[in-house]
Design a protein around this ligand. Structure first.
Ligand code: HSE
Length: 434
């Protein structure tokens, strides 16, 4: 029986999740592939021993040792970040090893170099776990939706941010309090910046856009806003308007240009994405032949993510066995067909908005603000003023019809200058009806 040897560099949550899945599913994988997929070596600088069930696996400190080992067929990089991950991945590819990675930061920034090197060296690069944790989103997009022009991508792609927003919604507690609690319980990273500021979501959207549209895009080109400024009052008001606030990645394919953004969004409660709670992720595609597709599941966690990494390892093992390396292009398009596309500047986009102004409860304030919005061509759908506080400062909330982003920015700048406006204006985009 053919034996495929795997080496894991980085034995943290994802690396150990893969080891566990390969171990617990060994017989099933054998029955499904006819290949003995075997974990041979692990490299980790922080570890002195592996768990007992991996007693036959050698542990070393230096990832380069795995790359130089002629018996290892597949290198799994699960250390994360850009360096040393990129150097190790490039060295593995140049050494003729197939690579599997869950590293969305690396792929969304350095993917071009990595995929070019992989094509040159005729090795495979698997990255199923880089988006949506355990959800098989990459393979669905690459293979299941191959006969589609993808028209849009929309989703909740960060479990930490979704968990925080869910608890803020259900318990009415502020962002900082939920984040602290999530960190204490081990749900959120010690440095949660990438998760809560939308950067991790932008990494994932960039990867999906490359594959969906056959275009080069890096996460830096995606307008990104996080959830750290969201207040319980906005969540409560959203509920009154029949909406939930979610951190969404949104992209639309306009042909010669593509839209790409990550920001908190008010989603109508009737929309499927509104009911995606806690650490779950959901990714929605619209294809011109299939219509709407929604993929839902756990976006993080050791074993679900291990399931996705194992799927890549199995794919590669099968391709080695069948002599069909490179049969499916990793980014879903032939490399020579991948082109650059203009990313639509945010200023050019249209949509409905929620504004919350904190104003002095004085005559004429409402008409001054609505007058400014009107002069910028922004039409109001509804206006709500909440009860008067002792200091005569009140929240004034407005929902708009579809407006242009640049007009909104100009109007809000003008409104922020008013003496009667006493706190920064809150702006949240509403999900547009398709
Ligand atoms: N940090 C990510 C999240 C998990 O919270 O969704 C892996 O992508």
């Amino acid at each position: 029986m053919k034996k495929i040897q795997v080496g894991i560099i980085g034995f943290g949550t994802v690396g150990s999740g893969l080891a566990e899945v390969l171990y617990s599913q060994k017989e099933r994988l054998l029955k499904r592939t006819g290949v003995d997929i075997c974990l041979a070596k692990v490299a980790d600088i922080n570890l002195s021993a592996l768990p007992e069930q991996f007693s036959g696996v050698s542990l070393v400190r230096d990832g380069a040792e795995l790359i130089q080992d002629p018996d290892i067929d597949i290198i799994v990089e699960t250390i994360g970040g850009i360096e040393p991950a990129k150097s190790l991945v490039m060295a593995a590819i140049r050494a003729g090893k197939h690579v599997v990675t869950a590293n969305k930061a690396l792929l969304s920034q350095e993917g071009r170099d990595i995929f070019a090197a992989a094509a040159e060296n005729q090795v495979e690069v698997g990255f199923e776990a880089s988006v949506g944790g355990g959800i098989p989103v990459i393979k669905s997009l690459r293979e299941g939706l191959v006969a589609n022009r993808i028209l849009s991508i929309m989703g909740i792609m960060n479990g930490t941010a979704n968990y925080i927003l869910t608890r803020m919604t259900e318990e009415g507690v502020p962002f900082d309090e939920v984040l602290k609690d999530a960190q204490e319980q081990g749900f959120a990273e010690a440095d949660p910046t990438y998760d809560v500021e939308g950067i991790d979501t932008a990494h994932k959207l960039a990867i999906l856009m490359c594959m969906a549209y056959g275009t080069n895009i890096t996460h830096n080109e995606i307008a990104t806003e996080g959830i750290s400024q969201i207040e319980p009052l906005d969540i409560e008001l959203a509920r009154e308007f029949g909406c939930r606030i979610k951190l969404l990645a949104i992209s639309r394919n306009h042909g010669d240009h593509v839209e790409a953004r990550v920001h908190p969004t008010m989603v109508p409660e009737s929309h499927l994405l509104a009911s995606v709670s806690g650490a779950y992720n959901a990714i929605h595609f619209t294809g011109d032949t299939v219509g709407n597709v929604l993929l839902y599941g756990l976006g993080a966690g050791m074993i679900p993510t291990g399931s996705a990494v194992a799927a890549d390892v199995v794919d590669i093992a099968r391709n080695i066995q069948a002599g069909s390396i490179g049969r499916v292009p990793p980014l879903a398009y032939l490399p020579e067909e991948i082109t650059s596309r203009r990313v639509t500047p945010m200023d050019e986009l249209f949509g409905p908005y929620y504004f919350r102004f904190t104003v002095r409860d004085e005559p004429g304030v409402l008409s001054t603000i609505s007058g400014i919005l009107g002069r910028h061509g922004i039409s109001l759908e509804s206006v709500v003023q909440k009860g008067c506080r002792e200091d005569h400062v009140v929240p004034l909330v407005m929902l708009t019809h579809t407006a242009k982003e640049s007009a909104v920015a100009a109007a809000l700048e003008e409104i922020a200058e008013l003496e009667s406006v006493v706190a920064p204006v809150v702006k949240i985009r509403l999900l547009e009806e398709e």
